[in-house]
Write a protein that binds this ligand. Structure first.
Ligand SMILES: *[C@@H]1O[C@H](CO)[C@@H](O)[C@H](O)[C@H]1NC(C)=O
Ligand SMILES: *[C@@H]1O[C@H](CO)[C@@H](O)[C@H](O)[C@H]1NC(C)=O
Ligand SMILES: *[C@@H]1O[C@H](CO)[C@@H](O)[C@H](O)[C@H]1NC(C)=O
Ligand SMILES: *[C@@H]1O[C@H](CO)[C@@H](O)[C@H](O)[C@H]1NC(C)=O
Length: 504
């Protein structure tokens, strides 16, 4: 049975859809799920939480380290001090999580103090290309921290502006300069390995959501799909090859011939980008036959000790004729997210991703750690992590995805598509007209678009899931939807963004 979700169809909604908040790496459904797991003291949430709340970074007494200049390397006479920013970004995010989960203002206040201190102090970072790593890696982290405390009144009233002004001048300016290939080293737009662009895309997207700037958000989405550098997904996963033995499609990564540690960073950043977009109703996870997953499966298979095909790679600067075994088996906290999304939320086959999730969790001591908890050095602070806390789901959570209603604005839903009928839909679908699904989701992929004409569902087995308002983000416990096997008539509002998901 195929199900289709339609979002933002009903009612007289404004033409420009609002962003969902918090809606970056963490949304309200995540917070609700985490709180209930912690109330029941269940693992891996409980162990993750004990670790997080025990860190020096997670205390309301944490003191920021804001400085005017941040340097990753010692070039040009600078003294490397970027760990000051890494630590503070980790702290701002951890404190933001404590505010959302514990509801105690002291944590929001402490997170805000860090972000404002940097807002008032930071002027610039590295002279030289490394500035783009800081701009992307710490940019997306800081924007995520700010997103968590945007409902803390003192921050919302004025402090966020101080932070945002600094971010715009420094991080964002560099993100955009870099992604627009203005840096002198980018005379060859494929010069930089994928992770450099990915982290800058993540930063632009995160700041776009934080500041309700759809131009920035759309820029990042468009770059992911059609950018000319190595961060664009079709360049990031360079070749689709056949898995030995099964013949299934898997995707060779742009950094596969370089080393596995950096290749792993690509998946960490792809996860960030896709999750941030997903929480805004844009499905990049499934883009081009779930190209992120094809890449993750290739990476995980190889890094678990199995062979993979390798297509010779060159960007005109480096050339690789075989996959690199350097740092094979490297892990980063990102596999809980990829596994939860593909295997649990989408129900897609992701065997190597599942094994890599297990391997990562095992290697990290039972749960995926986060920035500040699992080691020092830049790589440990490239992303925020905490995947077991934020994304892990048990089987109950997965079945809840199709059966739970969480807010009063969400209609009461039938428990499964199979048992649903049009009369289960609230409001009644009588205000819609019919059109055809095959023109919208021809590849069984999620689709998103602005449809100016009606949507028609023709297949007799299609069922329909409606989102009644644009306040409900896609894809989580809020997959709390209305379903029907009765193929109700549906009319998309002209120019309204419509999300159509099909799944088996
Ligand atoms: C969005 O961000 C861009 C880049 O900083 C800026 O030029 C534009 O004015 C912003 N748009 C809004 C509506 O704030
Ligand atoms: C999907 O990937 C193939 C190559 O693997 C490419 O030819 C095609 O343009 C991509 N499609 C989209 C929509 O990006
Ligand atoms: C991964 O770990 C879970 C929990 O321990 C286990 O149920 C599952 O079978 C494991 N999956 C694989 C592929 O090893
Ligand atoms: C979509 O899914 C159906 C049912 O599994 C399958 O028969 C069909 O071939 C799929 N279409 C594409 C384009 O993959």
């Amino acid at each position: 049975m195929r199900s289709i979700f339609i979002s933002q169809l009903i009612g007289l909604l404004p033409l420009i859809s609002a962003f969902v908040h918090p809606g970056l790496l963490v949304n309200n459904a995540d917070i609700t799920r985490i709180k209930s797991k912690l109330a029941a003291q269940l693992d891996p949430w409980q162990s993750s939480w004990v670790k997080l709340t025990g860190l020096v970074y997670s205390q309301s007494t944490y003191t920021n380290n804001a400085v005017p200049g941040v340097y990753r390397d010692t070039a040009n006479g600078a003294i490397a001090n970027a760990q000051l920013l890494w630590h503070d970004a980790a702290a701002a995010f951890a404190l933001g999580l404590r505010w959302k989960i514990e509801g105690d203002e002291q944590y929001a206040k402490a997170a805000a103090a860090i972000l404002v201190a940097w807002g008032e102090t930071l002027e610039n970072f590295d002279i030289g290309d490394d500035e783009y790593l800081t701009a992307g890696l710490q940019g997306h982290e800081l924007a995520n921290a700010a997103e968590l405390i945007r409902d803390y009144a003192p921050f919302a009233e004025s402090e966020m502006q101080t932070f945002a002004n600094m971010f715009s001048r420094t991080f964002l300016a560099k993100n955009l300069y870099f992604l627009n290939h203005k840096a002198p080293s980018e005379h060859n737009v494929r010069h930089f390995f994928a992770n450099w662009e990915l982290c800058n895309m993540a930063s632009v997207m995160a700041f776009g959501v934080l500041t309700d700037n759809s131009t920035l958000f759309d820029f990042a989405v468009e770059y992911f799909k059609n950018g000319i550098g190595n961060g664009a997904i079709n360049n990031c996963i360079t070749d689709i090859v056949d898995e030995p033995g099964t013949g299934k499609k898997i995707g060779q990564g742009q950094e596969s011939g370089r080393d596995q540690g950096h290749s792993g960073l690509d998946f960490q950043m792809l996860g960030v980008i896709a999750q941030q977009a997903w929480n805004q109703g844009v499905d990049l996870y499934s883009y081009n036959n779930s190209r992120i997953l094809l890449g993750a499966e290739y990476y995980a298979r190889y890094n678990l000790g199995n062979e993979v095909p390798f297509v010779p790679y060159t960007n005109g600067i480096v050339s690789y004729s075989e996959i690199s075994s350097a740092s094979r088996g490297a892990y980063r906290p990102t596999w809980e997210l990829l596994y939860a999304h593909y295997a649990q939320i989408k129900g897609v086959d992701a065997p190597w991703t599942e094994q890599y999730k297990n391997y990562t969790v095992r290697s990290m001591g039972g749960f995926e750690g986060g920035a500040g908890s699992w080691g020092e050095g830049s790589g440990h602070y490239d992303g925020l992590g905490w995947g077991s806390l934020l994304y892990h789901r048990d089987t109950d959570d997965v079945s809840d995805i199709s059966s739970t209603s969480t807010t009063s604005t969400t209609p009461v839903l039938p428990t499964s598509a199979a048992s649903a009928s049009a009369s289960d839909l609230t409001p009644s679908p009588s205000s819609f007209i019919i059109s055809t699904i095959s023109t919208i989701a021809p590849n069984n992929e999620s689709s998103i678009g602005h449809f100016s004409s009606d949507i028609v569902f023709t297949a007799a087995t299609d069922s329909v899931i409606l989102f009644p308002s644009d306040t409900i983000p896609m894809g989580d416990a809020h997959t709390t939807l209305m379903t029907s096997t009765a193929r109700p008539s549906i009319k998309a509002h002209p120019q309204r963004t419509v999300y159509v998901y099909s799944c088996e």
